[in-house]
Design a protein around this ligand. Structure first.
Ligand code: PAF
Length: 283
């Protein structure tokens, strides 16, 4: 596995692959890799000739009240995991290469509408930061295919819309969420949980699947009331719930009673750790 941090070196390497007509797969990450990330890599390996994984903790997607400095950085362990999966290149650009004029002066990409709802309402500017960095990484790696986790459901929608709106020449794939045996969605943030919080965390999945069942059974279609009820259930279980949303799975707008493809999106704090999860529902 080659480790590249210089954009020019990456571009030269990429030129060789292009001359050999290789299909290039790309998995962007912020490091601290867990099995969810590795599943994205496995999917990329299955579909592509060459796989590039980037590791870059992107300051632009962190809010002022979110602790960028505390974000776990585990580069050597991450590289070992990627090497065992025969990743071709791990790309680790520096902050000054990514944002040479500083964050304030940086041209940005913003996908309107979807970026300011749900998680975007709780984390203003977050999806602008994600869209901007992913756009820059796409321009550097120029992949044929890029792989993202469905766990970040809204992020995946934002990226797919960006690719469509900006006529980018690549396919974006959403890979199903990897879960621990007790149902907790794999996330770098799980590492922040103490033993007691770790015991509580899987309740998020249990409550979410109970809500899914209730919607699928079709007995109740008053989605705002259902959301409110399940927010209260999570609060009663010990979470500080940010939102429980039932949305149209493709637009993420409030669903009408005719909509059949829905998604439940949940964000809730366990102590100071904000966990998110989602599940698709067919009515
Ligand atoms: O999902 C993530 O880890 C990040 O949001 C991403 C897509 C790597 C952009 O920084």
């Amino acid at each position: 596995m080659e480790s590249i941090s210089d954009i020019h070196v990456l571009r030269e390497t990429r030129r060789d692959w292009q001359m050999q007509n290789k299909v290039i797969g790309f998995v962007p990450t912020m490091g601290n890799l867990h099995n969810g990330h590795l599943q994205l890599v496995r999917e990329a390996k299955a579909q592509c000739d060459i796989v590039v994984v980037s590791i870059f903790v992107n300051p632009m997607q962190f809010g002022a009240n979110e602790d960028l400095d505390a974000y776990p950085r585990t580069l050597e362990a991450d590289k070992e995991k990627l090497a065992t999966l025969n990743v071709d290149v791990v790309f680790t650009p520096t902050i000054s290469q990514m944002y040479p004029r500083g964050l304030e002066q940086q041209t940005f990409v913003e996908v309107p509408g979807i970026s300011s709802m749900i998680c975007g309402a709780s984390r203003p500017g977050h999806f602008r930061g994600v869209a901007t960095i992913v756009c820059k990484l796409f321009n550097m790696v120029q992949p044929n295919k890029a792989f993202f986790g469905q766990k970040d459901f809204q992020q995946l929608r934002v990226i797919k819309l960006m690719v469509q709106d900006l006529s980018m020449n690549l396919e974006v794939y959403g890979v199903p969420t990897e879960r621990e045996v007790d149902g907790l969605a794999m996330s770098s943030r799980n590492g922040y949980l103490n033993a007691e919080q770790r015991c509580l965390a899987p309740q998020l999945y249990k409550v979410m699947t109970a809500l899914k069942k209730e919607i699928e059974e079709g007995r109740r279609q008053d989605y705002p009331a259902l959301s409110q009820e399940y927010c209260s259930k999570l609060d009663a279980a010990g979470f500080k719930t940010d939102y429980v949303e039932i949305r149209n799975a493709s637009t993420l707008q409030q669903p009408s009673v005719e909509d059949s493809e829905l998604v439940i999106l949940i964000a809730a704090f366990v102590g100071k750790t904000r966990l998110i999860d989602n599940i698709q529902v067919q009515r």
